[in-house]
Ligand binder design. Sequence first.
Ligand code: CUA
Length: 410
Amino acid sequence: MFAAALIAVLALTLGGCGTAGPNSTLTPTTEFGREIDRLFNILFIGGIIVFVLVEAALLYTVIRYRRREGVPAPKHVHGNTTLEIAWTLIPAVVLAFIAIPTVRSIFRTQDRAIPGALEVEVIGHQWWWEFRYPQYTRQGAGGKIDTLVTANELYLPVGRTANFALKSKDVLHSFWIPQLGGKRDLITNHTNYIWFTPESTAVWNGFCAEYCGTSHANMRLRAFTVTQAEFDKWVANQLSVPGAPAPATPPVAQVAPTTGAQTPTGDVARTPSPVPQAQLATGTVSLEQLPAYALPATPIPANLEISGVTGDVSRGEAIFRTGACIACHTVASVPIARGVLGPNLSHFGSRTTIGAGLYPNDARHLMAWIKDAPSMKPGSLMPAFGRPKIPSGYTDQQIADIAAYLHSLK
Ligand code: CUA
């Protein structure tokens, strides 16, 4: 029994030491991550050496000087200058050993990003992420400059340093993509910065790492590191207005229609799924391409599921334009939809997840979300819109129409 328990504990402990997990900080893939990892290794190995030496001296002393029958108690002494100097100096040396690499890592990871970096503003909201790319803009209606804005899904080109300006709309949050970089806090009325350079194309899970209220654990993000060509296509698509002529797309250098819009590592790389040509043209990663570790698995609460209805895009658009949606959401192609309280939905259909990474972005989950967001995500500022919770709310058919419209916004 004891042996079995011991084996179980050992297996769990050793299992926890595995570094291959998709959310492991022990397998860094950027210069920022490697700097932290190097410091961690130095301190960890140093700690092991000190532990072994101290425990060895302790065990030796306990055994060598243990009480024996017939041997009188040893003479008590007071004060030993040599010993006292030794146990003052040794910790000082140990502290210096810790301080030098730590301070060096602090200077390196707090340094300014190199000039020419990709600038990304990260704005924390309860409970979702807003991403703005101020270097990518479009001349909007009336000469107004519109910036590329998206939510919960980051696109970063491989090989280009990304410099993140971290801000918060409400409370403290913390930006963390374990294998790329972080954590660093998002603070109201103060901008923090963090930068790193993605090195490989993949899908990464990101998290909020600072308790920020009810749905802190539900404040997730996905980062897609893609080739520069895919990134350019993604930018062109995000800056286009659905329904309006798309801006000229940059020349496409490397598109392999049968291997996916990108070549993510992990599950997807092993089982590449064919990607429709239409999706390749937008440079976006589709839900089908998400590797298992990035696919949300949150169950839909009981009695929320809508089935047996098929939405109609134009009916959905009419409901969206005249409904409450426009008070909180922006959609570039709908001039009166300029709300900023909720995520920008201009290209909602190009995202893989909804609810800040909590559910896959498919009709089933989106309809349940519109029907009763607070039940889907505790504390959600988006109210319920569906019957029967809201007696005058939308019918299941109307919700299906809105969902069809939102999914048409690629
Ligand atoms: Cu945002 Cu925790």
